[in-house]
Design a binder for this molecule. Structure first.
Ligand code: XBP
Ligand code: MG
Length: 262
């Protein structure tokens, strides 16, 4: 226990690693090409499509917006069946890419995780992405056994509604059997902030990522460009780190104490 702080709950995409532009996006495009579709999500268009969380939901949204007259080929019973196959293939491409080690952890992520583990804090994940993507991302990081550090991995379709709905954070809290006041969340997006706060998780830090710069993080009490290291401190956009040189446990414990007044 660290001054009332008992657990850290991490988002994955954009937070543990900057996975979207050079990870998920090319994996979607490879799946489209495999099924003979001439769809190609550019860096900019993908940024817009990220407003919709969840890969399958994102593909359906894109079809509605950009391909309104598209009908799936006869090999598929219906559109959801085709989207499911696209997404299955996309996950395969993404896993292959992760295995190459092409997507490193963001600055300060491993430092904070090690610090939390050493202090006996509990670790959890609350993400929209598919569970196997989380396991593979953690396995590819330069910290052997990292996946086992997380007591709870709440991911993907296990809840009815994805972020910005609170469901996935509520599930993580239920599995941890902790109240929101014992936790700090690390997120990178407006949808993630909305989801966490709707679950009562007011103590959160936003580490702005490639696609989330310029988003409105509402009442988020701490917004930085990265978790950082003592010798590579983050830029602070909102809130403050107190005496800490980077986003460390002392800063997070102080943040939690301020939000929950105890
Ligand atoms: C992540 C997502 C995911 C990924 C793709 O959001 O929205 O959909 O882009 O993963 P967050 P899947 O960081 O807020 O959890 O294709 O596996 O859905
Ligand atoms: Mg994210």
């Amino acid at each position: 226990m660290f001054d009332g702080l008992e657990a850290l709950i991490f988002d994955v995409d954009g937070t543990l690693a900057d996975t979207e532009r050079d990870g998920h996006r090319p994996a979607f495009n490879a799946a489209f090409a495999e099924l003979g579709l001439d769809w190609d999500w550019s860096v900019d268009r993908y940024g817009e499509l990220l407003a919709v969380t969840g890969g399958k939901e994102r593909i359906l949204h894109y079809i509605g917006q950009d391909r309104p007259v598209f009908r799936p080929p006869p090999a598929f019973a219906d559109l959801p069946a085709m989207v499911a196959e696209l997404h299955r293939r996309k996950t395969g491409h993404y896993l292959e890419l992760l295995a190459t080690g092409a997507i490193p952890p963001r600055p300060g992520v491993l430092r904070l995780l090690r610090e939390a583990r050493a202090a006996g804090l509990r670790l959890a994940i609350a993400t929209t992405t598919t569970p196997e993507n989380v396991t593979a991302l953690l396995a590819a990081m330069p910290e052997p056994g990292l996946g086992d550090w997380f007591e709870v991995i709440a991911a993907g379709d296990v809840v009815p509604h994805k972020k910005p709905a609170p469901d996935i954070f509520e599930l993580a809290l239920a599995r941890l059997q902790l109240p929101p006041s014992a936790c700090v969340v690390i997120e990178d997006s407006d949808n993630g902030v909305a989801a966490a706060m709707a679950a009562g998780l007011d103590a959160l830090v936003v580490t702005v990522s490639t696609y989330t710069a310029g988003q409105d993080f509402g009442a988020a009490p701490l917004v930085v460009d990265k978790l950082g290291e003592p010798d590579q401190p983050p830029r602070v956009f909102a809130g403050d780190l107190g005496p800490s040189r980077c986003v460390d446990l002392a800063a997070l414990a102080a943040l939690r104490a301020r939000r929950f007044m105890r």
